[in-house]
Design a protein around this ligand. Structure first.
Ligand SMILES: NC(=O)c1ccc[n+]([C@@H]2O[C@H](COP(=O)([O-])OP(=O)(O)OC[C@H]3O[C@@H](n4cnc5c(N)ncnc54)[C@H](OP(=O)(O)O)[C@@H]3O)[C@@H](O)[C@H]2O)c1
Length: 329
């Protein structure tokens, strides 16, 4: 059956301006790091992409190496693009990245112009796209001059292969420098993609302030700490969960008693608010207007439905915020 998108999709989602740019992103975006690779069931991945778009999630985030095997998430997305999404291409913000290991030899990872340009060409072929909306430098490269990496991003935009550029995993100090170079080149930095959740708050030290000052958006990845900020690990590691999978990035040793103790208390608080813990964890990030979007990963359609309902209650009382701080300490 050919796919026809839900007509009410834009009434179901809220959108936030990304920094001081002209782009608005859905407050919830979908990432394809896990659950969309060659090892996963394609029809499940396809169903999640359709469901997300039907709920007004217009932003899909990929990277060259997502899979496994690396590249296969982009390939799966390319198939969905061909089968379902082509008529809606102009309604979507599709991002990809390069930075981590992708192919052997000296040009297959990090931040050289050679690698970034070649990698994006490969990504476009896999995704069956002429251009991406956002192209990221996936991680800072200690050995390549920052100027070279930023000039490669600027070049890619001028080639018409990306509309905007972003950086990911850059420290606050590296971000200030990168943003300055990009501004001088005439290709402003749209967005920073950083890990941010109740269990990992490094961006609060100074990155969020830098981004606000410079007018750059922030998209928070792993907002559920890869599934830890849900009730699923309260009674051990369930079958089929990320921590149970050989290729899952969340390993059983990351699920410590200390974290589970916090998660249990957070789960109780979420229940008192009438939310699932996943919903409360997402709402807690979005209460800060500097967070443009939270970038979730899901393994099932129902998880997308559950996460989107977080937007129904983004308000926290002073008591709730204090209680959360106490739990997280
Ligand atoms: N720039 C970077 O370096 C970088 C790094 C990591 C991620 N990212 C991006 O961020 C995206 C999201 O990262 P992530 O997958 O770690 O995000 P996450 O949302 O923190 O974790 C996703 C996992 O949480 C569980 N989950 C999601 N919604 C749920 C719900 N409503 N109820 C119960 N469980 C739920 C699922 O676990 P189960 O699989 O166990 O069901 C899912 O696989 C990635 O796809 C990628 O696009 C970027």
């Amino acid at each position: 059956m050919s796919y026809i998108a839900n007509e009410s999709r834009y009434n179901l989602m809220q959108y936030r301006r990304c920094g001081r740019s002209g782009i608005r992103l859905p407050m919830l975006s979908l990432g394809l790091w896990h659950n969309f690779g060659g090892v996963d069931v394609f029809e499940n991945s396809r169903a999640m992409l359709r469901r997300a778009f039907d709920l007004g999630i217009t932003h899909f985030d990929l990277a060259n190496n997502y899979g496994p095997p690396p590249g296969s998430a982009e390939e799966s997305f390319g198939v969905v693009m061909e089968k379902d999404f082509r008529p809606y291409r102009d309604e979507m913000i599709i991002s990809t990245k390069a930075g981590y290991y992708m192919w052997p030899g000296p040009y297959g990872e990090w931040g050289s112009r050679k690698y970034l340009v070649a990698s994006l060409d490969q990504s476009l072929k896999r995704m069956k796209l002429d251009y991406v909306d956002i192209f990221y430098s996936h991680r800072p490269d200690p050995d390549t001059p920052l100027e070279e990496t930023m000039m490669a991003l600027d070049h890619i935009v001028r080639q018409g292969k990306a509309l905007y550029v972003g950086i990911s995993n850059y420290s606050a100090e590296q971000t200030e420098k990168a943003v300055k170079i990009l501004n001088e080149l005439g290709t402003p930095c749209l967005i920073h993609q950083a890990r941010y959740s109740m269990l990992d708050r490094w961006v609060e030290d100074d990155l969020l302030d830098v981004l606000e000052k410079k007018g750059v958006g922030l998209i928070a990845f792993s907002p559920l700490a890869q599934g830890l900020l849900t009730n699923k690990y309260l009674q051990g590691i369930p079958e089929g969960s990320r921590a149970s999978k050989e290729h899952g990035f969340l390993r059983p040793q990351h699920i410590t008693d200390d974290k589970i103790n916090k998660v249990r208390q957070l789960n109780e608080l979420a229940q008192q608010r009438g939310q699932t813990l996943a919903q409360m964890a997402l709402a807690w990030l979005l209460k800060d207007e500097r967070v443009t979007s939270v970038l979730i990963g899901t393994s099932r359609v129902e998880q997308i439905d559950d996460c989107v309902k977080a937007l129904d209650n983004l308000v926290f009382s002073k008591e709730e915020l204090d209680q959360i701080e106490k739990i997280l300490k």
